[in-house]
Design a protein around this ligand. Structure first.
Ligand SMILES: Nc1ncnc2c1ncn2[C@@H]1O[C@H](COP(=O)(O)OP(=O)(O)OP(=O)(O)O)[C@@H](O)[C@H]1O
Length: 266
């Protein structure tokens, strides 16, 4: 039924290549409907990559494939041996009747020394939240606490789902500075997943623009100027400037590509 393959020993995390995860030729269908087609993706240690695309573009599906939570119908996935992934969700549903402080939450599922927990909270800029109740945190605070938890667990790869959705514009700039600092200090790979094009401009090393296939990829500047990006994001993309890159396919009304994509890894 499937030709998908997952290899855990094929790449050297933090070694010669520094590749944390790689996917090649990925295809996924749900109930006979193709949601990913011929997708290549690469993430290296020390890199911040933004995976962007409109709602339903297949971003979460690709992340699940990369993390080994979903087996692709076609293609190949490789992960660095023993890769530790820290997932920072958009929000977390916490039972408000369950008292749980941030300090306690940082020790889930296994206990961590207080000094390490305090240091992780300080590293993400919210040391004052130590005694706060998790269910009372704002969206932005919760994301920082989740980030602290991922740091504490020594994650090699941090995946942040819609990182900018719960914070205002000023908060977003701060959050992205923080993400860059975490990358510099921990030398982990960071994958930002978003349908919000502003995330593109927020300090990623590389942007991958997905709409069932990789429409364009490269530096934020190059992607911001790509007509494929403009086509996906409409008029809001046009404020980003001029186009210089060619896009040799169009999307039909169902979002399917007509013709060939030429997106290459930047
Ligand atoms: N388990 C599933 N069963 C059936 N269809 C699914 C399943 N998971 C995702 N899909 C469909 O696959 C498509 C891609 O979904 P996916 O969640 O990957 O998109 P996304 O880019 O992450 O979207 P968003 O930005 O809205 O979160 C959507 O049309 C979705 O309805």
């Amino acid at each position: 039924m499937t030709e998908g393959g997952v290899t855990e020993g094929g790449v050297t995390g933090g070694g010669v290549t520094g590749i944390l995860a790689r996917a090649e030729g990925i295809a996924v269908s749900f109930a006979g409907r193709r949601v990913l087609q011929d997708v290549d993706f690469l993430l290296r240690r020390g890199e911040i990559v933004s995976l962007i695309g409109p709602n339903g573009a297949g971003k979460s599906t690709l992340v699940k494939v990369l993390l080994g939570l979903l087996r692709p119908e076609r293609g190949r996935v490789e992960r660095a041996p023993g890769l530790k992934v820290g997932y920072v969700p958009q929000r977390l549903s916490v039972d408000p009747t369950l008292p749980l402080t941030v300090a306690g939450f940082l020790s889930l599922p296994d206990r961590r020394p207080e000094a390490q927990r305090r240091q992780a909270l300080a590293e993400v800029g919210v040391p004052q939240l130590w005694g706060a109740q998790v269910h009372e945190l704002s969206g932005g605070e919760l994301q920082r606490v989740m980030l602290a938890r991922a740091i504490l667990r020594g994650s090699d790869l941090l995946v942040l789902d819609e990182p900018a959705s719960s914070v205002d514009v000023a908060g977003q700039a701060e959050l992205f500075e923080l993400i860059a600092r975490v990358r510099d200090r921990r030398h982990c790979g960071i994958l930002l997943v978003s349908h919000d094009l502003h995330v593109v401009m927020a300090g990623a090393d590389r942007v991958v623009c997905l709409n069932r296939h990789v429409c364009c990829t490269g530096s934020p500047e190059a992607v911001g100027l790509d007509p494929a990006f403009a086509e996906l994001f409409g008029s809001s993309a046009r404020v980003l400037g001029l186009y210089h890159h060619h896009h040799d396919h169009r999307h039909d009304l169902a979002g399917e590509a007509e013709g060939q994509a030429t997106g290459t890894e930047g």
